[in-house]
Design a protein around this ligand. Sequence first.
Ligand SMILES: Nc1nc2c(ncn2[C@@H]2O[C@H](COP(=O)(O)OP(=O)(O)O)[C@@H](O)[C@H]2O)c(=O)[nH]1
Ligand SMILES: [Mg+2]
Length: 416
Amino acid sequence: MAGDRKKVKREAPKYEQIIAMNDDKINVLILGTSGCGKSTLINSILEANEAPTGVGEAVTKEIAIYQNDALPFRMIDSVGYEYGLFKQNRIKRDIAKFCKEGVKTADVEKLIHMIWFCIDGTIKRIDQEVLGYIKSVTNDWKNVPVFVVFTKSYSAVEVEENISMAKAAFEKYNESHKRKQINVKDIIPVVAKEYQINDSVTVPPMGLDELVSRTIELAPEAKQISKDAIKDIDLKMKNTMANALIGGATTAATAVGAIPIPIPDAAILVPIQSGMLASVAKIYGIRDKDDANEIKDTIIKVGGTTMGGKALLNALKAIPGLNVAAAVLNAAVAGSITLAAGEISNVLFQKAYTNEIELKNIDWNKEITKMFNEYMPGIIDALKSISQDKDGKIDIKTIGEALASLAKTFSSKGNK
Ligand SMILES: Nc1nc2c(ncn2[C@@H]2O[C@H](COP(=O)(O)OP(=O)(O)O)[C@@H](O)[C@H]2O)c(=O)[nH]1
Ligand SMILES: [Mg+2]
């Protein structure tokens, strides 16, 4: 390679850093209704592997991580879901939050590689709602492999019935949730600790070795699956942050735009927009200052000229029935341009972050003009429908709010 070209130095994306760190133990999240035997199961596995029991590191009141040197996986215990209790929502939220936490804080102990979904084997019932619980808390971890663990499997006859019941229940669930499938890998009955049926009969522990060895076997595949999920979660979080920021800047621009200064000059929007673009770049860790600055400057320039001027104003004036003061129109122009500028930066900086594009050697003027032309009709359409809803009488506040909430709908397109 010739040495005369400036090397673009960028840190590896965060998701790649996390994936790179992620070659140690896998983490098993243990879910199931309250009292089904999760903690008993964990303790028995730890005991069998010569670790003192009950020494999980509490993450929250609801979640604790258990590990020892002998086991090649960590067990994450969670407080179970209980019917009819309002606290279940808090528990759900806390577990869902935990499931993002590992990616957010780059903490390998808090990634999710696998789920043991525990079902009390004596209950003989599986509600679809309970299966939905798996999805509702681990939705971000796409395709995470699940072992269904029947706890308290004291009766050999019931074990067979339970397995067929679980197969049917998960099949039914996946049949009606095509886009939110539960990736069941195995159904394993266990007795975590000896169970006394009467004076003369006890059921000995069983199934723990199988559960442990099947988990170890699945670890490489589970790790592989987690890579996609980690990338996805990282991008989703960044996308959400960027769109919150863009929404805020859009609202601010709408307010500033209402000040009676000719918008095509747009100079008054520059501080808001450049602040927004710098913050979006920062979210994606874009440090290559020269290239990023070229993009930012071009976005502001194109926004202020090509689409920002009369064309957009005319498009808004042409909205049937829209009957508002010039100040409101100007506010709509300012907000629309700022929203489009933000979304364009979100798309470009995200692509740079994931190495889908190199920031160098691109005709930004052409590229960004094209993007504005793609974004603006959607924004104008949105304003049209608001105008319709409000009988043509929209005020600045309505426009600001509408455009800001539009930021969220764009995000889902930009990042599936
Ligand atoms: N004998 C016996 N009792 C069990 C077994 N699994 C769970 N239990 C009992 O069921 C109750 C609830 O278990 P626990 O582990 O606290 O459930 P968790 O809420 O899911 O953590 C406790 O009284 C346990 O002793 C088992 O395998 N054998
Ligand atoms: Mg427990």
